[in-house]
Design a protein around this ligand. Structure first.
Ligand SMILES: [Fe+2]
Length: 446
């Protein structure tokens, strides 16, 4: 007989205690707390025919966008698929989503989860997987609007209401509505200080508005809420390091790299890309990062043939350029070129963004700043196509600004600096670039 989860969504599996256990595991994932995969494995061990548990596991592994997790993700997709005939319509929509993801069709996966959240607007898991897919696909407005669609079906009395507020806050932030994003995000944090995504949404508002000192303080004061048991902590520490960097506190940024961002040993791609992108920013500004480039480049090298997600490939490329590892740069470019010639969502991402980005970073690394600008400048318009946040993709603006200054091209340097100052006029990093640009010969043409 059908059961229901705690938000009233139908579940075909007939053991209510198992359904209740999955509810608790879903809550861990919604808050980015503890180890939901280890917990769902326990449920599956006792209930191997629980289709929704397999679909949960497949979705969690898929949306981590990490090839290292693909074999386990495929196992879960196969288990869920085998149970599809016994599943209900909602569960079959989840299973269709993870099948699409396994097949490299990430846009279709987002739409399946999105359809599930339209048909069952309190299906918080479908909504979260759609939200994470929207993030990986760079669908800024869908990060907001997919949540807005279901808001009439939610109120404070529905379990997990704060998670809806946190996701909506992040979508509002990525869509540029900072005031409403901050209000909604702070409300969600007040409801649950462990809600890593809500903390993240407020953090992004502070990042985008250049409120670096306030941002560092917000994360430091809230860390006793989210940091213990957070599986997302490395990324919030990365944001903390960016705040330090934008306050000219390089030592604190490096300490966070050593003690927090690298604390998991860079076991997953999400950690590696935060590590790379922090070191890239530090290096661009001329700070000595010691052996850290070699360490992280070594970790990325085992993934150089992945070609799984262009966003990861570009962050790997930063490490190879930073470490001066020419052979890995060459292999990475070959990998992305091969991915670009393939099929599925990542082929588009690799073609449109990944390949020119990797080639542009390699050009920057060999001091060919003119070539780097030629390759990277068009990406300022379309880098969203390979996903990530505005804050992450800000790397392109950083690199272009530094390249223009090193090239001695006053027109380009002034242009990129003007753009940066329009976002963050008080930023010490931006002001330092403005000073350097101002010392260049004014005659140089664009
Ligand atoms: Fe972020």
């Amino acid at each position: 007989m059908s059961k229901f989860d705690k938000r009233g969504n139908p579940v075909s599996y007939g053991v209510q205690t198992a359904v209740d256990s999955l509810d608790r595991v879903c809550d861990m994932l919604h808050a980015y707390q503890a180890d939901p995969l280890a917990e769902v494995d326990k449920i599956i061990a006792d209930h191997p025919d629980f289709a929704m548990a397999h679909a949960f596991r497949a979705g969690a592994l898929a949306t981590a966008t990490d090839k290292a997790f693909a074999p386990e993700m495929i196992k879960s997709v196969q288990a869920a698929e085998a149970l599809a005939p016994k599943a209900n319509e909602r569960e079959r929509t989840h299973i269709a989503a993870v099948c699409a993801w396994r097949d490299g069709e990430w846009e279709k996966a987002a739409e399946h989860w999105g359809r599930a959240s339209i048909a069952w607007p309190r299906d918080l898991l479908a909504l979260q997987y759609a939200h994470l897919s929207d993030f990986s696909l760079g669908y800024s407005h869908m990060l907001r609007d997919r949540i807005a669609r279901v808001l009439p079906h939610w109120n404070r009395g529905v379990p997990g209401y704060g998670f809806i507020e946190g996701m909506y806050a992040f979508g509002l932030e990525e869509s540029g509505d900072y005031a409403q994003a901050e209000a909604r995000g702070r409300e969600a944090v007040a409801l649950n200080r462990q809600d890593g995504w809500a903390v993240h949404a407020v953090t992004h508002v502070l990042e985008m508005q250049g409120r670096a000192i306030e941002g560092a303080d917000f994360l430091a004061k809230g860390a006793d809420g989210w940091a213990p048991n957070s599986m997302f902590a490395f990324h919030l520490w990365w944001h903390q390091a960016l705040f330090h960097l934008d306050s000219n506190d390089v030592a604190s940024a490096l300490t966070l790299f050593d003690e927090k961002i690298s604390a998991g040993g860079f076991a997953q791609a999400l950690e590696l890309l935060d590590g790379s992108s922090l070191l890239w920013r530090l290096s661009l500004l001329g700070h000595d990062v010691g052996d850290r480039w070699n360490d992280i480049s070594g970790k990325w090298e085992s993934r150089v043939d992945d070609g799984y997600y262009a966003f990861n490939d570009v962050n790997a490329m930063m490490a190879f350029v930073g470490a001066g590892n020419g052979s890995a740069q060459k292999r990475q470019i070959e990998t992305v070129r091969r991915a670009a010639a393939g099929t599925g969502t990542n082929a588009m991402m690799s073609r449109e963004v990944g390949l020119p980005a990797c080639e542009g970073l390699a050009a920057f690394g060999r001091g060919d700043y003119s070539k780097a600008i030629e390759l990277l400048l068009p990406l300022r318009a379309k880098a969203n196509r390979f996903g990530g946040s505005h804050a992450q993709r800000d790397m392109f603006s950083w690199t272009l600004t530094e390249a223009a200054i090193r090239l001695g091209n006053r027109v380009l340097a002034d242009t990129f600096v003007a753009e940066r100052l329009s976002w963050k006029p008080e930023s010490p990093v931006n002001r330092a670039w403005a000073m350097r640009a101002g010392k260049l010969e004014p005659k140089q043409a664009a």
